[in-house]
Design a protein around this ligand. Structure first.
Ligand SMILES: Nc1ncnc2c1ncn2[C@@H]1O[C@H](COP(=O)(O)OP(=O)(O)OP(=O)(O)O)[C@@H](O)[C@H]1O
Ligand SMILES: [Mg+2]
Length: 268
């Protein structure tokens, strides 16, 4: 079975992208799956979460793009590091050098499909690959969207949530038109604080849009996420019974159910 590639992206900062990648990875690992994470954010918060410094860590994702730009072959396996405390989770670390990718190679032909080509070479080594994205659009996000079989779009339940989702979906449409690939997506409301009017209002605005494919539940605000990131473990591994962990477990059940009919459709 080829590795299932899920991209987590949103054209907005601080909405829970990295937390979603880490939490789902933790849940998958707890269920016995082998997970590969790819950090495409030059800020490297995912890389930092697992104790690596994206200023210095080698190997890293930049090597994949640089090799492709120079028409050299680089096996993605040579860019993977093992996380220390979380067996079952491996990582292609970020590099601060990724920030220069658009400027250096953004206009070069074929650069949008580099990651997909690399991940297509993986076979049975991993069950899932999760890609974390920077909040701004560019060649890195294009790579993540082209490479994935499913897209997860976290949206913080606050003012302007719907318009930020619309922006990403327009981008997705554009990429799909040029690549001919159709990627199913799921919008995931995050940081829902049931005590605040803003959370309820923005969720209601999202729910009023049947044209936006969305998870019918929410990820609640849970201060334990910050604590888990301080410790460097996914909350879903460290405190599986925490409110936030249970929500991500349910999200994973939903996403896995969603993947199967898609796979069947493709096969049929
Ligand atoms: N459900 C939640 N409840 C409480 N805090 C959360 C929740 N989800 C994420 N956070 C916290 O919010 C902050 C931002 O989350 P995160 O880094 O996942 O967002 P991001 O979208 O990846 O941000 P960036 O765009 O900067 O990469 C982090 O400190 C994280 O611990
Ligand atoms: Mg992030």
């Amino acid at each position: 079975m080829p590795v299932k590639v899920w991209t987590v992206a949103a054209q907005k900062g601080g909405v829970g992208k990295t937390t979603t990648v880490v939490s789902i990875a933790g849940s998958l690992a707890r269920r016995g799956y082998k997970v590969l994470l790819v950090d495409l954010d030059p800020h490297g918060s995912l890389t930092g979460y697992f104790g690596f410094n994206c200023d210095v860590v080698e190997p890293n994702a930049y090597g994949l793009f640089e090799a492709a730009a120079n028409h050299e072959y680089r096996d993605v396996r040579s860019c993977i590091v093992e996380t220390q405390e979380t067996p079952g989770i491996s990582l292609v670390p970020s590099s601060t050098a990724l920030v220069s990718l658009d400027r250096r190679y953004g206009q070069q032909r074929g650069m949008g499909g580099v990651l997909k080509k690399c991940l297509d070479e993986l076979d049975h080594e991993y069950d899932y690959c999760l890609i974390d994205c920077p909040p701004m659009l560019g060649i890195l996000v294009v790579n993540a969207l082209v490479a994935c079989s499913s897209l997860i779009v976290p949206v913080q339940t606050e003012f302007m949530a719907v318009s930020s989702v619309e922006r990403l979906l327009r981008t997705l449409e554009m990429i799909q038109r040029s690549s001919g690939l159709a990627v199913p997506y799921t919008v995931v409301p995050t940081m829902f604080d049931r005590r605040t009017r803003a959370s309820h209002d923005s969720l209601a605005r999202l729910r009023a849009r049947p044209d936006i494919q969305q998870w019918p539940d929410v990820i609640p605000v849970d201060t334990q996420f910050r604590e888990a990131s301080r410790i460097g473990l996914p909350l879903t591994c460290w405190q599986p019974r925490a409110r936030g962990s249970r929500a991500y477990e349910e999200l994973l059940d939903h996403l896995k159910g969603f993947d199967q009919p898609q796979a069947l459709l493709r096969a049929g």
